[in-house]
Write a protein that binds this ligand. Structure first.
Ligand SMILES: [Zn+2]
Length: 350
């Protein structure tokens, strides 16, 4: 018998988030203020009015406008800190968060400015909210392998305790994914973990290139994975994590309703799935909202949500000892919450 958790309970469940973009997780009111401060003219009075999308390209257009608001290191620090505060309020204790410097570099903002702001925001949020955050530099796939390599070279100069991975974002249509084998191989040699947005809008064969040729450690979205069962078996066998973002897929128009999302079927096949908000503020959600939506749309109960939280720890790039410790802390908290909320205890096997 599936027993759903109350909204209060869902919000309190400790969580890990692995697929969220700092620019898309910034409050529209803050961005509008920053644009005003920076003398940036926006095409709309209220940025939030742009937050309705007719496809991925349209979404990336809105994303570019969001990025235009950010100019100084202090701007980046503010939105990083704020987005981590919002995450903290959603129960997130550990986050691996993307940033997309390509949008800033195109406008002549130095990489160093972006990085300094992000790193300061992460550090301040740790002090203020106890939330731990690592960063992932997202290369812009449509720009090709040359600019990707340049960004990876810049990443080498960052604090490697904070910058742990390289990702690949922004559309798949017409992108030659095989061209990223070399820069991503280089990134791995330099000690970075790698992930890539694969099959957000593209076919399952994009995931195959990512997993088999580029050798990514993780897959973001992986929407059409189950259309290739050989590949699914491989992903399950190797336990390549897939970070899904159901609300994002609906908001961007990839599917009509959350209940059509393949995540439950992926989990049934044994895929290591985590639930994520992707661009929290641009979709008007946080991770607690997303957990609640998933609970309702997929017919999940409290135990499923707890399992998803544990799956996210397992999918993270923490070392094994830290994962074990975090799972222990989370399950202890799960039991406390169950007792506070009048739910039966559960035996957790870790
Ligand atoms: Zn994303």
């Amino acid at each position: 018998m599936v027993e759903p958790a109350s909204p209060e309970h869902v919000r309190s469940i400790p969580k890990v988030e692995l697929h969220v973009h700092v620019e898309g997780a910034a409050r529209p009111s803050t961005l509008t203020n920053l644009a005003r401060q920076n003398g940036i003219e926006l095409p709309v009075q209220d940025l939030a009015s742009l937050y309705a999308y007719e496809g991925l390209e349209d979404f990336i257009g809105a994303y570019d406008i969001v990025c235009r608001c950010l100019v100084s290191a202090a701007d980046y620090e503010r939105v990083t800190h704020e987005s981590l505060e919002l995450a903290h309020l959603a129960g997130v204790q550990y986050r691996e968060m993307f940033f997309s410097p390509t949008f800033a570099l195109r406008r002549g903002i130095p990489f160093k400015t972006v990085w300094q702001g992000l790193a300061a925001g992460v550090s301040e949020a740790r002090k203020d909210f106890g939330i731990e955050c690592k960063l992932i530099l997202d290369i812009d796939k449509p720009s090709g392998p040359g600019p990707a390599r340049e960004l990876i070279d810049l990443a080498l100069g960052c604090d490697r305790e904070v910058l742990v991975g390289i990702g690949g974002d922004a559309g798949e249509d017409g992108v030659d994914l095989v061209a990223f084998v070399e820069p991503f191989e280089f990134a791995r040699q330099q000690g970075f973990r790698t992930t890539m947005h694969l099959s957000e809008e593209g076919p399952a064969s994009d995931i195959a290139v990512g997993v088999r040729q580029i050798g990514v450690d993780r897959v973001d979205h992986g929407f059409n994975l189950l259309k290739d069962m050989d590949l699914t078996r491989e992903v399950v066998e190797r336990q390549v994590p897939v970070t899904v973002c159901p609300t994002s897929n609906v908001e961007i128009g990839l599917l009509d309703s959350l209940s059509d999302h393949p995540a439950p079927a992926m989990r049934q096949h044994g895929v290591l799935v985590s639930i994520n908000s992707d661009n929290a503020e641009m979709f008007r959600i946080d991770l607690a909202d997303e957990f609640l939506r998933v609970q309702e749309a997929f017919g999940y109960g409290l135990a499923d949500l707890e399992d998803l939280s544990i799956a996210a720890i397992q999918s993270s790039w923490l070392d094994d000892a830290s994962k074990t410790e975090m799972k222990r802390q989370f399950t202890t908290r799960f039991q406390e919450l169950r007792s506070e909320m009048g739910r039966t205890e559960r035996a957790f096997e870790l």
